[in-house]
Design a protein around this ligand. Sequence first.
Ligand code: ZN
Length: 264
Amino acid sequence: MTGTARFASAICLVGGLAGCTGPATRPATDPTATTHAPRYPATQARPLSDALVHRRLVLGYSVNHRPIIAIERGDPDSTRRALVVGCIHGNEPAGIAIARALASTTVPPEVDLWIVPDLNPDGVAARTRVNADGVDLNRNFPYRWAPIGAPGSIHYAGPRPLSEPESRILAKLLHSVQPTLGVWYHQALAVVDSSQGPLTPERRYGYATGLPLRSLTDYPGSAVGFEDRLFGPTAFVVELPAAAMTRAQVRRHALAVLTTADRS
Ligand SMILES: [Zn+2]
């Protein structure tokens, strides 16, 4: 079946799953829904026909109680699981447009795509790098966490690893989804970070978008460092340009994600 036909047959779920407080399994669908696709662990035989999903989940809430949304699209029993986070630093929001474009673009067959458009909605609302607690979420993850900065500093790592609801939400999602590819958007260096692991996905993404590869500093407590620690070197940072992107550029980046995910 072609990707288009598969998408046409997709099951569309728009659910409201609050909390994400269950055990470390992939997020459940709305228990009141009756038409959701069954989920199959990677260790079980694949069903004869793949049911596609398109669902929206509320993973939890920010410090100021803004919802943090995830959208799952594609084949939920696929072994290719890509996670895209559009924004973690609130004053670097360009990737949100790419995430939204991905939410309405046909996903290649055999790809399970998870999209978190905005992990730091309070920071985006306030146009600050940090969250509403003044914490740099990209220094708050538990791999190589260090007490960087002080309250009020834009690089403040927080009082302890995972002190923030936003980083806890994402850590729980990582354990649940176990992505084989992670793409995290930042601004504004206009490069693909080549500092983590095998470079094939980064090269593929850079080729598809025209962004050069450059090795950036691996900071303690970063989200990509944590994801790589959990699942091997599977995640990388894309530093978008400072200027607002055109529709064509947004589409190009969205297609780059799908091309990279299709081969992850
Ligand atoms: Zn950033």
